[in-house]
Design a binder for this molecule. Sequence first.
Ligand code: NAP
Ligand code: HSE
Length: 416
Amino acid sequence: MIKIGIIGVGTVGEAVVKNLKKNKEIIKARAGKEIKVVKGVVRDLNKKRDINIPLTTDYKEVTQDPEIDIVVELMGGVESAYKVVKDALIHKKAVVTANKALLAYHRFELQKLASTPFGYEASVAGGIPIIKALRDGLSANDIIEIKGIINGTCNYILSEMKKGRDYQEVLKEAQKLGYAEANPTFDVGGYDAAHKLLILASIAYNIDAKPEDILIEGIENINLMDIEFAKEFGYEIKLLGIAKKIDNKIELRVHPTLIKKEEMIAKVDGVMNAVSVIGDTVGETMYYGPGAGGDATASAVISDIIEIARGIKAPMLGFKLPLNKNYKLKEIDEIESKYYLRIATKDKVGVLNKITNVLAKHNISIETFLQKPKDNFAKLLFSTHKCKEKEIKKAIKEIEAFDFVLKPINYIRIEE
Ligand code: NAP
Ligand code: HSE
C-alpha cells in the first residue's frame, strides 16, 4: 500500500481525494498497489468539506510522518509551499505538486534537492498530460517552438466576451467554477501562464529563467472593440504562451495574441487549453483538454501518484546530464512581431497623417487600417507588418505624446 498526505485540501485537493475513491479499483490495478490518503493539511479545521479524511493544520505531521510515502502539495503560494516541499524532500518523501508558481521560481533548486521522485504534471495545462508528452514522448526532439493556451480562466473570459458578456461578471463565474487562482490577478495578468511557460521551457531547453525575465502581458485591457476588430479581419484573440528557439536564443513571452481564425488553436474556447509543440524530428504535435478545475487537475495529480507507485522515476526536468548548449534568453526589445494598435484621437484634420509619419519614422509598415467613429473620439485601428518590440514601443510613446491622442494606446501582437 502507498500512503499519501495531502497538503491543501481545497478545489484540487478535494477532487484528488474523491477521484482516488471513485476509481479505487482501476487505480490499484494500474499502480500495482492500493493508494490511501491518510492525512490532509488545511488552514481552517472548521470549514465544511465534502470529504472525510483526518485533518491537521501542521504540515510537519505529513512531511515528517514515517508512514507517509508521497506528499501531495496542493496549498499554493511560493515561499510557504517551498518550505513545505523542501521539508518533504529532506525527509525522503516523493512529492507531487500542481503548484506552477512554486516551480516558476524554484524548479532548479528542487531538482537538485530531490533524490526521490517529483511529479508536477498538474502544474501546466490542468488535465492535459503535457509534461509527460514533452519530457518523455518528445524526448528525441530538438524543440523548435511551443505555443499554447495555458490559462483556462483567461480563455474562458475571452470566449464569453465574444458573446458580448462583461469581463468582471465572467471572471467571477470562473472563480466560482474553481478555475481561477486564489489571487485571480495571476490569471488575468498573464503571470500564471508565464509560470507554466517557464516550466515547459525548462524541459525543452533546460533554461532557468524567472517570471521577471520575460515579457508578460495580461488580458485586462482587451475590450469589445478589439474583439470586433478581430472578427472583422478574421482573427481570434487568445492569451498565448510562446517559446521559440532561434539559433541559440530562446524567446519567451505571454500576451494576448491575434491569431487567424482558421488555425486549430484559434478554435479552442472556454476553459479548454491547447498546446502545440514543434519538434525537429516529429514536426508539429498538438495537445488539447480542460486546463483548469478540480477534476481535470486531479486527473493529472493522480497520474503522477500512479507513476510513482509503479516505481518510474524520470529526471525531474528531463535532463540527466547538463545540456551541452548555451541557450540565452532573447532580450524583450529584440522580439519581432506584427501588431494591432487601437488609438483613440480627437477627430481633427491631419491626425492620421501625424500618426502614420511616426510609424514610418520607426520603419513600421501598416498592413490594414480601420476608422470607427465612437463617442467624442475617433478610434483608429491599425495592423502592422513585422517590426521589433523596441521600435513599436518607441512609436507608441511618441504617438501618445500628441495632445489629440487619448492615452494609453492599446496594442495586441499578431502571430501568423
Ligand atoms: P484552494 O481551493 O484555494 O485550496 C487551497 C488549500 O490549501 C485549502 O485547503 C487551504 O486550506 C490550504 N492551504 C492554503 N494555505 C495553507 C497553509 N499555509 N497551510 C495549510 N493549508 C493551507 O486552491 P486550489 O484551486 O485547490 O489550488 C491548489 C494548487 O493547485 C495551487 O498551487 C494552484 O495553483 C494549483 N492548481 C489549481 C488548479 C485549479 O484549477 N484550481 C489547476 C492546476 C493547478 P483551507 O481549506 O483551510 O482554506
Ligand atoms: N488558474 C489556472 C487556470 C488553473 O485558469 O488555468 C490551472 O492551472
